[in-house]
Design a protein around this ligand. Structure first.
Ligand code: ADP
Length: 410
């Protein structure tokens, strides 16, 4: 890499850099721009080949800015909290300098970089005693950095800590604001429709009950029941949603029998959707899984409702329960509108609805998010995939309770 000679008067260059960071932060430049500019300026002051700035996001260190020959490969990389050197630097709050990274077990940003680097310096970004990120620089030359460099980078990260912290809080507030807006949208739309129906129909029954033909009366009562059920389910999903937003969704993990729960859920959905054909198959001798009864049922009903809602009358909906490795697996298969293989992850995001789904039926985009929260809290996983021949598969696993004796299916 072509690089300029390190500037002789470091303290002046450092002071200038710190000033620039402060000015950029005051000008409300995007955080990533500030980080990138910091690395660019650092390049002029220090003999580095490359460098990066990673910030802590939940349980991951995410590379938000990078310079040097491997910058592209590095950008956006995520490292799960663990024993990696980068995480050690963040968690101990102590800088770490290596003159021979192979020997010291440092793995800088990506495979190619790791093969060529010799020197490495990582300095934590600390705010109120807590590691919130790390600035690292590296070089293909052995012994490229010294104690003076540790100090210099230390000064830089002190200047960065404020803007990084502020940006993090701003992003959290923006997320909360978006959620609030979306929530209000959902409430006004999703709650109003069933309430209007229930109100209108019950008023009609009260005023014209004796004059109504029995068939219309029965239909009105069924509609009221269906809409009340919809409201009830939405309220249940919203309850889990608010818990998820507050922190963790807490569920108990007791031995439960999925075959009973699923059978019950299928029976209830059959009543709600008399024109769909439900086919329930459960492997014999299914062992108990760990989870909470009502939440498992909430997930199963959400998946089955979706299968019915996003398919046409008279089509078949298969509900299959079996065992894979250490887990029980439930799959709900439909021949409905199907899903795009590319957005299967997105479907589990809060408020996401595919364009074809929005055209097909009303909805809030909360159900699958809630399913994922609940299943993961019970130690399982959820997925969605398109089905060959049309339609989709939604499923989840829950861990088998290895301490229970297998109970034969009934
Ligand atoms: P909602 O059904 O209220 O939109 P969900 O969170 O239950 O909310 O589902 C999110 C999105 O996932 C739906 O809007 C739809 O795009 C997609 N989806 C869920 N189930 C199915 C299904 N069985 N077939 C096709 N798309 C589905």
């Amino acid at each position: 890499m072509a690089k300029s000679e390190p500037v002789i008067d470091r303290s002046l260059a450092t002071a200038q850099l710190v000033l620039e960071i402060a000015t950029a932060a005051a000008g409300e430049a995007e955080l990533d721009e500030i980080l990138r500019a910091t690395l660019d300026r650092l390049r002029i002051v220090l003999p580095l080949t490359g460098g990066s700035i990673a910030l802590v996001e939940d349980d991951e260190l995410v590379i938000r800015a990078a310079v040097g020959p491997f910058a592209e490969e590095a950008l956006g990389q995520r490292a799960k909290r663990g024993t990696a050197r980068t995480w050690q630097v963040v968690e101990t709050g102590e800088p770490f300098m290596s003159r021979d990274i192979q020997a010291d077990g440092v793995r800088p940003r990506g495979v190619k970089a790791a093969a060529q680097m010799r020197s490495w310096l990582g300095v934590p970004i600390v705010r109120k005693g807590k590691g919130i990120g790390l600035l690292e620089i590296d070089s293909t030359m052995p012994d490229a950095f010294d104690e003076g460099d540790v100090e210099l980078v230390g000064t830089i990260v002190k200047a960065l800590a404020g803007p990084v912290d502020l940006a993090g809080r701003y992003a959290a507030e923006r997320r909360a604001g978006l959620l609030r807006d979306a929530f209000i949208g959902v409430i006004s739309h999703e709650l109003r429709t069933p309430i209007t129906t229930i109100y209108g129909l019950s008023k009609m029954l009260r005023q014209r009950d004796d004059r109504m033909p029995p068939e219309s009366r029965k239909e009105a009562i069924e509609d009221i029941e269906a809409e009340a059920d919809r409201l009830h389910r939405l309220a249940e999903d919203l309850l889990v949603l608010s818990r998820a937003e507050a922190g963790r969704v807490e569920v108990s993990r007791e031995p439960i029998l999925l075959s009973h729960i699923v059978r019950r859920a299928v029976a209830a959905e059959e009543l709600r959707w008399p024109d769909r054909h439900f086919l329930f198959e459960a492997m014999r001798g299914l062992p108990p899984v760990l989870g909470e009864d009502i939440y498992a049922e909430q997930v199963v009903r959400n998946l089955i409702t979706n299968a019915a809602k996003y398919s046409e009358p008279e089509t078949e909906i298969q509900v299959i329960l079996d065992v894979v490795d250490e887990d029980c697996r439930l799959r709900v298969l439909d021949r409905g509108i199907g899903i795009d293989g590319d957005d299967t992850e997105q479907l589990f995001e809060l408020f996401y609805r595919s364009p074809s789904a929005a055209r097909h039926a009303a909805g809030a985009g909360i159900g699958l998010f809630v399913c994922r929260q609940l299943i993961e809290a019970m130690g399982g996983r959820v997925w969605a995939k398109p089905r060959e021949g049309g339609g989709s598969e939604f499923g989840f696993t829950l861990p088998i309770d290895i301490e229970s004796d297998p109970i034969p299916s009934v």
